[in-house]
Design a protein around this ligand. Sequence first.
Ligand SMILES: Nc1ncnc2c1ncn2[C@@H]1O[C@H](COP(=O)(O)OP(=O)(O)OP(=O)(O)O)[C@@H](O)[C@H]1O
Ligand SMILES: [Mg+2]
Length: 472
Amino acid sequence: MKILLIEDEDRGARQALELFERAAPSSSVQIATSRDDALDAMDGEGFDLIVCDLRIPPSNSSADVDERHGLAVHAAARDSCPGTPIVFLTAFATKRNTRTQLSSGGTKQIYGLKDYPMVQLVEKGDMDEFEDLVSTLAQALKTVESSSELLAGDASDEMFLRAVKTYAHQINMSNAVIHTIAGGLSGAPLGRVELSSPQGGKANIFMKVVAFQDAVNERTNFEEFVPNRLQTGFFAPALSPITAGLRGQAALLSSLADGCVSLFHLLTQNPAVAAEAVKALKEATRPWIHASEPALMSLADLRRRRITDEKLAEALTFSGRALVCNESRTVEMKTSVCHGDLHGENILVTAEGRPILIDFGDLGLNVAPLDPVTLELSIIFHKAGPARSTDWFANAKWESWADLDIFVEGSPFELFIRECRAWSMEQDCANAVFASAYAHAMRQFKYPDVDKGITQAIAQSAYAAMSTSAPL
Ligand SMILES: Nc1ncnc2c1ncn2[C@@H]1O[C@H](COP(=O)(O)OP(=O)(O)OP(=O)(O)O)[C@@H](O)[C@H]1O
Ligand SMILES: [Mg+2]
């Protein structure tokens, strides 16, 4: 176990170390001797258990030993170490309101222990209680880690492996095999996990370990907009995430979309079927559209939602700066629920051609054309975009992006591009579509692997088309 001990007195630290040696042998213990020391330690890495003396000084050079500083650690730990159990060592005289404040940590399932209180108070004199507590936790972690055989392949992330074992333990499986997936751009450890046991048969899931708050956001977005609006079969259902015991991270689990290929892959194999899948996705996501009053937005507002002024300034070419000067122009934009990151790797397609949405970290209300515009341009802008390796790409007329007939000439993905563009135009009026494309193209200045000339030409084309479109 990896423990953070926050204790300013040598004697107290020595006692705690002896206790850890008995209750959680071979743990690694980091010692912080003040509030600031503790905040630094928590900022840097994750722990399995935090033990904090409530009466500590604010800094290593201060003699102002006070419970206030322990309370500050409590507040910080909730933010920077979510899902990590904390034990506060309190004095007999600790006031009731301080105790109440500290015991508001709620309970979670951790290492198979159900309803485990995440913040606990132990009186400094009661070392037996403290030892019991540490030993229960250490034993539970050991049980989880030894309850299944793991074939990890090339998966090596410690918390990913622990999350797999935690899930195996949760569903009573004794074997787990991890098949890593050439992952997404986020770099999160992820994979397909095959679980089995002689009694329980087999189970398959997809698992991804991400920062705690990212997991909470993705899960919340999913709950708010996906299973209650879309038909089953068009999204990968999420399972309960693992939110404790992963050193400040959390594991997202979902049903495995097995036997599928990504839309990008399908485009290289059968572009016509891929275009049909886009059409099916447009139909499937209709429940995300709702009648809303269009809002007037400037191009600058729209673009800032996709890339900040600072980021853009770093990357913009000299000629690109002229574009930004035009950003005061306003457009009426409709709002819709959007996936928010609809590139071709976030759409899996079944052998029957049914699209399945995954990866809901950016899902939410947004400008209505965002998804189809992102999808269309992803074959060009995304690292795995299949257009990048075609002859068409080498000679494409980027400056005519808005003029569909000219732009798709000679493209192996003509059907796909036309389908996406038709979808965009159904989402909102032409001006709104071009404005969205402008903002999305400008966002690409963030990414060093995207050709700045292409980005600029598409942004320019979208802007010019907007200027000449019929007024609303
Ligand atoms: N439920 C699932 N079933 C099968 N494969 C999946 C599932 N979820 C994700 N995958 C695969 O894992 C890959 C990465 O997953 P995901 O898109 O959630 O990660 P990410 O790192 O957030 O990606 P991004 O680059 O979009 O940010 C997907 O592109 C897909 O190939
Ligand atoms: Mg993804």
